[in-house]
Design a protein around this ligand. Structure first.
Ligand SMILES: Cc1ncc(COP(=O)(O)O)c(C=O)c1O
Length: 318
């Protein structure tokens, strides 16, 4: 399959690990549940954004960029990993973040600073206004004579999504008989790449509530990758969003505790927590059945755990 050029930022293939105690706790068979450990990919805490950045940064370098500008929520994992990629490649990184400058730089924000990224605060803005603020910054830098590459929200573009087609290809080798792959959906590139490689019937997305139109975004990215309209059905659950992206829900609380206590694996409260809550719901609904090999994509996000004021609810110590 034709892929754009990429550079090497992390350690591949990521491991695929069985989680037998957790499988049994969910009512599956011991050998059914596997974690694709894209949280263990080496650079600055790891996570799914690195696969995308390998393609995006290759393009930016080929075009002569000296500065990367991107956008995100305050605790954006994508922003942190863009900061790390810039540090590794010798590119200056400007992160335009939603909200006001906080008093405590916790979680991903602490790592952004440590990695040397510049953080600009866009105030209380919606997605469109956030991106416009970032584009203003791009224009300002270009007027100063700095070559800039702008990376869109969540790092998702049809080029970046090839990183998850690479992940799908790894899974074809590691788990040739897989029945299901569960992934969180934010800006959509991760799911789009997996569907591009594995097809639409085995890949299940769980919306985290980061964007208002997740299905359209995933579909548009798959179509752009394949250079033809993708009209097959997509499996995307919208039932785990709750009150919205930033809010902890009871199913997510259950998922984080279950995965920690039966698997020794830490999920984050925004993305992987919601995705695993979606997997639990799918098992309870009988959509995932004992005997079917089920892969959970651990897409990272641990630093976000330490930036979330609601984590006390998860410790059992409240
Ligand atoms: C930890 C984690 N998992 C999953 C996602 C969702 O990936 P995508 O934006 O490609 O849908 C994100 C996006 O920010 C993330 O940070």
């Amino acid at each position: 399959m034709d892929r754009p050029e990429k550079i090497h930022l992390a350690t591949w293939p990521s491991p695929l690990e069985a989680s037998p105690r957790l499988a049994i706790a969910l009512g599956l068979r011991a050998g059914d549940l596997w974690f694709k450990r894209d949280d263990l990919t080496g650079l600055a805490g790891g996570g799914n954004k690195l696969r995308k950045l390998e393609y995006t940064c290759a393009k930016a370098l080929a075009e002569g960029a000296k500065t990367l500008v991107t956008v995100g929520a305050a605790q954006s994992n994508h922003a942190r990993l863009t900061a790390a990629a810039g540090a590794k490649l010798g590119l200056h990184v400007v992160l335009v973040l939603a909200g006001n400058r906080p008093t405590d730089f916790t979680g991903n924000l602490a790592l952004n600073g440590l990695l040397g990224a510049e953080m600009l605060w866009a105030g209380d803005v919606d997605d469109l206004a956030l991106e416009e603020r970032a584009r203003q910054e791009v224009r300002r830098l270009e007027e100063e004579g700095t070559p800039v590459a702008f990376i869109p929200f969540g790092g998702s573009s049809s080029i970046a999504a090839h990183g998850y087609a690479d992940c799908g290809d790894e899974l074809k080798v590691q788990a040739p008989n897989l029945a299901h792959v569960f992934t969180a959906v934010g800006s959509g590139g991760t799911m789009a790449g997996l569907v591009h490689s594995l097809g639409g019937t085995r890949v299940h997305g769980v919306d985290a509530g980061a964007v208002s139109d997740p299905e359209q975004r995933v579909r548009a990215l798959i179509s752009a990758m394949a250079k033809e309209d993708y009209s097959e059905p997509l499996s995307i659950r919208g039932d785990q969003v709750g009150l919205g992206y930033a809010y902890l829900t009871e199913p997510v609380e259950e998922a984080l505790q279950l995965v920690a206590r039966y698997g020794g694996i830490i999920l984050d409260p925004i993305y992987t927590g919601r995705a695993f809550a979606g997997l639990i719901a799918a098992v309870r609904e009988g959509l995932v059945r004992p005997g079917e090999q089920t892969i959970f994509l651990h897409s990272g996000g641990l630093p976000g755990f330490f930036g979330n004021p609601e984590i006390l609810h998860l410790t059992g110590q409240r």
